[in-house]
Design a protein around this ligand. Structure first.
Ligand SMILES: [Zn+2]
Length: 64
């Protein structure tokens, strides 16, 4: 897992979502992590460890 994930970060997931997008915007961090799919707008909540394992990388404005 790369860096600390913060609210507002866009993360790229290892798996593509059902809608075809693989990027999510984080809207909540803590014991549970919340993110909204940039493709279809669906929101998910996952326990932090599970979420961090699912993340491939954090997409920062500087790189993208
Ligand atoms: Zn989606």
């Amino acid at each position: 897992m790369p860096d600390e994930i913060q609210v507002g970060d866009v993360v790229q997931m290892r798996k593509t979502h059902a809608c075809g997008a693989d990027r999510w915007r984080v809207y909540r961090v803590g014991a549970d992590m919340g993110a909204r799919c940039l493709g279809c707008g669906r929101r998910i909540m996952l326990p932090r460890r599970k979420f961090e394992r699912a993340v491939k990388r954090i997409v920062r404005d500087a790189n993208d």
